[in-house]
Each structure stands twice: as structure tokens, then as C-alpha cells.
Design a protein around this ligand. Sequence first.
Ligand code: A3P
Length: 286
Amino acid sequence: MSFDYFMYKGVRFSPGSYSEEILNFAENEFQVLDDDVYIVTYPKSGTNWMIEILSLLKKDGDPTWCNDVLIWLRAPWYETREGQSQIKDVLPPRVVTSHLPFHIFAKSFFKSKAKIIYVLRNPRDIIVSLYYFSKIICHYKNPASFDKFFEDFVHGNLLYGSWFDHVKGWMQMKDNSNFFYITYEELQEDCQGSVKKICNFLQKDYDAKLIESVVKHSSFHAMKNNKMSNYSLATEEFIDHSKGSFMRKGVSGDWKNHFTVAQSEHFDKVYQEKMKDLNVKFFWEE
Ligand code: A3P
């Protein structure tokens, strides 16, 4: 299916799951509840991994809910056509997901006590992950080539706009007590420690048994084998299963298998230039 992205407040969206009306509702009318927790990410940063972790925490480490209920129904994307209807069935305390940039996020959030967990990932790995994802997900434009896709990412010409703007926008919240950020790479390096930090942020008591269960049931292997979490049950309208799977590799550094030396050098320059005013060092930069 061929389509063009449309612009909403300077950001690209696709006509299938979004419209001006849907986005306007998400921004101006959606009611955030004080006990909501929002998982906010640029696509391919580890969104679903965080949904699985929060789903397990919500059920005190018991994987039954994750095994019985589809991942996108446990934490709907409130800015999409489907998500806005799915969220009506979610009982508080809700976990809600969003890829929206800061400047068009639900206005009611800023008057609430709700919390945000912002997950980031090395943008080089996002490029690779999103390239393959765009081939299989119907509301993303099918990439013409990796080179063209790389350029589109650098210029922010993709669904949900520029990664750089997304990160810089959301990191304005970094000192707020209801905002917590963590990287995909930290989750990989020390999942136990990361889950403990998440519990502290959510003011949730934990013990070794809970942490162990969350880490075990949210692993790449566990999610890949869980049909409620691996997107194998998503309809053909959403995903073309013949072209690849959602749980692709789950590793860091795959960009090294895809970038040319010239692309790598070019990206380093763009990154330094665009991120120079953000006084934060992310895990992948250390
Ligand atoms: P790859 O395409 O690099 O494999 P999102 O949920 O934001 O769409 O991100 C999807 C990416 O996270 C994919 O990356 C996917 O394989 C990876 N992923 C999903 N669950 C994971 C897990 N439990 N552990 C590690 N990576 C995971």
C-alpha cells in the first residue's frame, strides 16, 4: 500500500493509524490520570521491553497477565486510532505508551501527578532496527534502500519526526521528579539493577524474587516465545509477517554490520552537532 505522511505540528504521521483529529484529541483532550505511568520512546528504543517489565511489576512478577493478554492491550498507544479505543478498557492504574514528541504530548499530563519513563537507545541501532521494522509494518513507508533510509533518519523525515528533536524535547524534563529515563543499553548491561531503579522511581517495594522474575520473564528469549508479546498475532493490516518478525535480534551494536565507514563518520558529525547543547552523556557514549 502506498501513502504519504502528513504533517501535524511539524512531525510526520501516516494516514492509517493517525489523523489530524486523532492527534488533536491526544494532545488537547485526552485525560491523563494521576496514577498513570507513561512509557515514552522514539520508535525502536525498547518500548515493548519496558511494557513487559511494567506489566510484570504490576502483577508482582507473575507472568500470567503477560501470557494471557496482548502486549498492545496491556499498555495502549494513546495517540493512535486503535489505541484510543483500546485504552477505554484499561482499568487504572494504567500503563500507557506513546511515541509522541514532547511538544505535542497530552497537555493534561503537565497538570497531573502521572509519571513518565523515557527509554532511549543508541540512534545508530535505532536506524537499523527501524529500517527492518519499516519493511514489515504497514503504517511505515517501505524504505527504498538502507542509504536512503539513513538519510531520512538524519534529516528527521520519518514517522514521528527527528530522533534528535525527540530526545532534546523530552530531556527538558530530566530534572522533574515525575520523569525517569533509562537506556536500552543499560537494560541490557544490568537488567536487575535497571528494574530496581524503575521500582524506586515507581515507589514500588521489591525483593530479590520479584526482580528475578521480572528479569526472567521480560528477557528477549521469553518475549520472543510469548505469542502475546512477540506480535505474531498482529493482523496483516498492521504487519506483513512474511517479511520479518518484530523480535528481530535484540542486541546492541548491529549498526556496525550495516553502516559504511562514510556513514559512520557522517553520523558522528551530525550527532555531535545536533546534540552539543544537551549536557547529558548517554550510556552508549561512554
Ligand atoms: P532489534 O530490531 O534491534 O532487534 P520497540 O519495542 O521500541 O519497537 O523496540 C524494538 C527493538 O527492541 C527490537 O530491536 C527488538 O528486537 C528489541 N527488543 C524487544 N524486546 C526485547 C528484550 N526483551 N530484550 C532485548 N531487546 C528487545
